[in-house]
Design a protein around this ligand. Structure first.
Ligand code: PGA
Length: 251
């Protein structure tokens, strides 16, 4: 079954002003209008989500995080209901920066992911190993542990709307992208894990993005791999021209 690739720009804590955010959002929306056969999403900081909804056309929106409790006395929290009402279709769950800087553990990631599903949005579940785990040959076991813990209680039907992003931590923001061969072998492993847990039919529909220093120079070869169904792009998504080239990767 053909999977529609998803290329998403994770803006992280950038840019600094509303003006810059709306200008980047409009540039990406214009570039998105010219691509076919690929889904494009931007994942801005919370305050910039709504201002870039106008005129976004086919460009999808995502949240970088959320809190699993629906509402209440949780100062600083943003719920899935709020993101849904802003027009978000995707929410990042378990990004390595949330895991390491903000100490999100797998139980928290799982709660968040299930809250996203309850609001009919699609979680982008980020998994991946550190440099020392990579060096110790633990890539597959780390991915398997994260998948098992983060997907607790997720049904086969729900699994169809989950996107998995394999993001080796050592490749994020470092310029050290995994080679297409390494990424492909981990993606194939992740798909086989999903097949074992949910059946081959579901595994064939689940999109698995690669993330970690994706650039206009690396995207073509990565996207040529059979189990790479898109990219989660950080740094290069802040540059409209580079992101335009990335979404127009050569097939
Ligand atoms: P990067 O970030 O493209 O800057 O490496 C990717 C990510 O963290 O999603």
């Amino acid at each position: 079954m053909a999977r529609v690739p998803l290329i998403a720009g994770n803006w992280k804590e950038n840019p600094l002003t509303l003006e810059e955010a709306t200008s980047l959002g409009s540039a990406v929306a214009a570039a998105t209008a010219k691509v076919e056969g690929v889904e494009v999403a931007v994942i801005p900081p919370y305050p910039f989500i709504y201002p870039i909804t106008e005129g976004r056309g086919n460009m999808k929106l995502g949240g970088q995080n959320c809190y699993f409790e629906e509402k209440g006395a949780y100062t600083g929290a943003v719920s899935t209901a709020m993101l849904e009402s802003m027009g978000c279709e995707y929410v990042l769950c378990g990004h390595s920066e949330r895991r390491t800087v903000f100490l999100n553990d797998d139980t928290g990631v799982n709660r968040k992911l299930r809250a996203v599903l309850l609001h009919n949005m699609k979680p982008i579940l980020c998994i991946g190993e550190s440099k020392s785990e990579y060096d110790a040959g633990l890539v597959k076991s780390i991915c398997a542990i994260q998948l098992a813990k983060d997907l607790v209680g997720v049904s086969a039907e729900e699994m169809k709307s989950i996107v998995i992003a394999y993001e080796p931590i050592w490749a994020i923001g470092t310029g050290l992208s995994a080679t297409p061969e390494i990424a492909q072998s981990v993606h194939a492993y992740i798909r086989s894990w999903v097949a074992k847990a949910y059946g081959q039919e579901i595994a064939d529909t689940v999109r698995i993005q690669y993330g970690g220093s994706v650039t206009p120079e690396t995207v073509d070869e990565l996207m040529a791999q059979p189990d790479i169904d898109g990219a989660l792009v950080g740094g290069a998504s802040l540059d409209a021209e580079k992101f335009d080239r990335i979404i127009h990767y050569k097939q």
